[in-house]
Design a protein around this ligand. Structure first.
Ligand SMILES: [Zn+2]
Length: 457
């Protein structure tokens, strides 16, 4: 339970928290491109300073083979539970820049939202946690529990350094629960807590045809065409019915628990309409025998993200390309191991490849999914904190996205992982005009502060 003083502190200092977030968002901490390495260090230093100003006795920037981890620790109460909080300070590239209404690294406030790359994913959500921690530290109440915070700079590029840190089993990891604020809610009026994430396997499939590019007049009709081969292959792996034809994968899919199935089938959130509206489409596609919540939360996907090859400039060139590459990922229900699914995919590709082409599959990265039981005191405290702020009980639901480090925390620490996110479905985290609702920012810090207080024993 939050003391009044903590909530009053959050109200009183709200504008400064927003100003601080704005400063942090101005640093283009794009982890995927080497040219931003200096900005990554600046973004890490910014948050290091913030931890110090909050009063954390231990704050450290830990170098890695990639971008640094930032660690802060406040363990003043041996008898109290320890919460490990995870977040990330890196952001996705902002391109295409012309699609932004205001520059991605010059935060703008419009219609009750702050627009900037990283606003919801994840700097804004880390900032609301920092505000809650500062409020406990500064409002005269003292930190209610032991807190450890680990922030990484490689979330958008595979998260290898944090994975190594978690696997190292360091003492610093020891905690009774993990809190991650990097997901979204169904709506401002309908809060939710995430009880499941899908895993991911990301691959590249390359098809090779002739030894060199060919003229379609001289060779069309007899030459292999790798782009066409990829199209055939992909449509054999997943047909118009949305069913993925990888036999071993199909065999491993388990029916969902009855209570979740009932919730999905009843579609209390009118998700079909909402999704059509959000996407700007007339109808949903995919496996229509499963309701949308189940398709997003608990069924696997196979998506093509791009195909490279041949001629795509304006005008005409009648080339038959010698090779083509498709980026293909699978989202995987919790319990499936990406390495194993990769071997099944390779086998299916061999089986489905059109004759006359050589096809190679490369695994780019992967991470497991996660299912969290709603039956533990930490999740109950999170649900109560949400209800206190929103005046509405949260619904428990799975999210379709992947946070591989969440699954890793679950496996290594074996403690509850609380996925309490404050994004909204239309925030557009990886796209242009990414935003964070200011109302959610405010409610988020109130909720996290309340949650921390509830954990005190
Ligand atoms: Zn994120």
């Amino acid at each position: 339970m939050t003391t009044k003083a903590v909530q009053a502190y959050l109200q009183e200092h709200h504008d400064r928290f927003l100003a601080e977030l704005t400063d942090w968002l101005k640093i283009p901490s794009v982890s995927t491109s080497a040219e931003y390495a200096g900005e990554m260090r600046r973004a890490a230093a910014w948050v290091q300073e913030k931890f110090e100003s909050i009063g954390f006795p231990v704050v450290e920037i830990m170098p890695t083979a990639g971008h640094p981890l930032v660690y802060a620790e406040w363990t003043a109460h041996p008898g109290q539970p320890t919460l490990l909080i995870y977040g990330h300070y890196d952001v996705q590239p902002a391109e295409p820049l012309e699609a932004w209404l205001s520059p991605p690294f010059d935060p703008a406030i419009r219609d009750g939202n702050i627009y900037a790359r990283g606003s919801v994913d994840d700097k804004g959500q880390v900032m609301l946690v920092l505000a809650a921690l500062e409020a406990w530290s500064r409002a005269g109440c003292g930190m209610p529990i032991n807190v450890k915070v680990i922030l990484e700079g490689e979330e958008e590029t595979g998260g290898e350094s944090i994975a190594a840190w978690v696997r190292s089993g360091t003492d610093r990891l020891r905690a009774d629960a993990v809190l991650i604020c990097d997901t979204h809610m169904i709506g401002e009026k309908q809060p939710s807590l995430i009880t499941g994430l899908r895993g991911i396997l990301y691959t590249e499939i390359t098809a090779y045809g002739a030894a060199r590019d060919l003229h379609s007049g001289s060779y069309g009709g007899v030459a292999p065409n790798p782009i066409h081969a990829l199209c055939l292959l992909i449509s054999r792996l997943k047909g118009e019915d949305g069913v993925i034809r990888i036999p071993e994968l199909a065999a491993e899919l388990r029916p969902a628990p009855a209570d979740e199935k009932e919730f999905w089938n009843s579609d209390p959130l009118k998700l079909e309409e909402a999704l059509c509206r959000e996407m700007g489409v007339e109808t949903l596609v995919g496996e229509d025998k499963y309701p949308p919540l189940e398709r997003i939360g608990a069924r696997p996907t196979l998506e093509v993200h791009g195909i490279r090859g041949g001629f795509t400039d304006p005008g005409i060139k009648t080339v038959i390309p010698a090779e083509a590459t498709a980026k293909v990922s699978l989202r995987l229900p919790a319990g499936l191991k990406p390495e194993e699914v990769f071997t099944w995919l390779e086998k299916a590709v061999r089986h489905c490849s059109p004759a006359g082409h050589r096809i190679e599959v490369t695994r780019l990265n992967g991470g497991e999914g996660l299912v969290v039981s709603p039956e533990n005191p930490f999740i109950r405290a999170a649900a109560e904190a949400i209800e206190t702020t929103y005046g509405e009980k949260p619904v428990f639901m799975r999210e379709g996205g992947s946070i591989p480090v969440a699954a890793l925390f679950d496996q290594v620490l074996q403690v509850p992982v609380i996925l309490m996110g404050f994004g909204l479905p239309d925030d557009g985290p990886h796209g242009p005009n990414e935003k964070l609702s200011l109302a959610q920012f405010k409610k988020g810090m109130a909720t996290v502060a309340d949650f921390l207080g509830r954990l005190r024993q």
